[in-house]
Design a protein around this ligand. Sequence first.
Ligand code: 2NL
Length: 348
Amino acid sequence: MDAQRARSILDEELVRGRDAIAAATSFEELEAAKSSVLGRRSAFSEVQRALGSFEHEDRKVLGAAANDVRNALRSAVQERASELEAADEERLLDADRVDMTLPGRRPRSGSMHPLAIVERRIVEVFTRMGYRVVEGPQIEDDWHNFEALNIPPDHPARTMKDSLYVDVQGLVLRTETSAAQIRTMEAQAPPVYIVSPGRVYRHETPDATHLPVFHQVECLAVDEGITFADLKGTLEAFSRAMFGGDRRVRLNPDYFPFVEPGAQVAVSCFICDGAGCRTCGNGWIELLGAGMVHPKVLENCGYDSERYTGFAFGLGIERVAMLQYAVPDMRMFGDGDVRFLEQFEGVA
Ligand code: 2NL
C-alpha cells in the first residue's frame, strides 16, 4: 500500500464509519459498526499497520491523519451511544406515563359485620364501667363447659340434642362463653369484673330465630358484698346505655343451673316505650338471662362462697342486632350476601 492509497482509505473510512455509526439503532449495532471501522481487521487498522513502511514525512502526516480519523470515529461512537441511551430512557418514560388528569380508582374498602358492630357496642358499655374483656377456647372440655358451671351429667344441656361434641374424648364446642369466665376465676383471686364475648355452638336447626352457631356476651362480677340490687342496677345501666336513657328492666324468676336465684330479664321496648307494638308485642323485650352466681360455681373455682358473692348475665348478639337493625331473619347474618352486609357500611 502506498501513501496515496492510505490517504484515500482514511478519507473513505471516515465517511463510511460516520454513516455506519449514525445508522446504528441499538447498542449491538453500534458495537458492530465500531469494530467494522476501527477493529483489528478493519481497513483503518491495515493503514495503521502500513504506516511503518512509509517515508518519514508521509508517516508523520498520515499518522496524524489516522489519529484524527480514530478520534473522530470514537467520539461519533460516544455521541451515538448517548443518543441511544436517551432514546431508551424516553421509551421507558413513555411506557410509564401516567395521565394525572384521569379520575382515580377508589379502592373498595370493606366494612364491619353487623354482629361485630353490635358486639363492640355491647362490650364497650361494660369496659366503660371498668370491666375487663376475657376470651377463651371454642373447643372446651367437660369441666369448663359443664361441670364447673353446676351442669350435672344428666342435665338436658348435656345430651346430644343440645351440644355439638368434637370427636375427641370429652371435648365439646362450647355452649356458652361462661367457660371462659370459669377459666378466669380459676386463674385469679376475686374481685373479678369481666365480660366475655364470643361464638358459641348448639345442636339446633337454623330458622328465623335460631342458629347452631351464634354469639354471646356474658358479664360476671364477683366481689365481697355483691347483691341482687347490684345485678338489677347493672342491668338497668346496660339497657339504658344500649337502648336509650328511659329504658326500664323487668325480672321474672327463671332457672339456670349456674345461678341461684335466676331470672329472665326483659327491657321496655325502645320503639313503643312499653305501650306494645309489632316488635315487642306487650311492651317488653326478653333479652337476657341473669342471676346470682351459684355458690357451687364459686367453690368450683376455688372461691370462698361464704365471703364472696357475684352476679352474672348473658345475652345473644344476634338477637340484639335483629332488634337494632330490624333484621327479620337470623340466618341473614351468616348468608354472606353483600347486598345485606353493605348496608352496614359506615355504621362503625
Ligand atoms: C342466656 C343465659 C346467663 C349466666 C348467663 C354465668 C356465668 C358464670 C357463672 C354464672 Cl361464669 N352465670 N352466666 C348466668 C345466667 C344467665 O345467660 O342464655 N342468656 C341469653
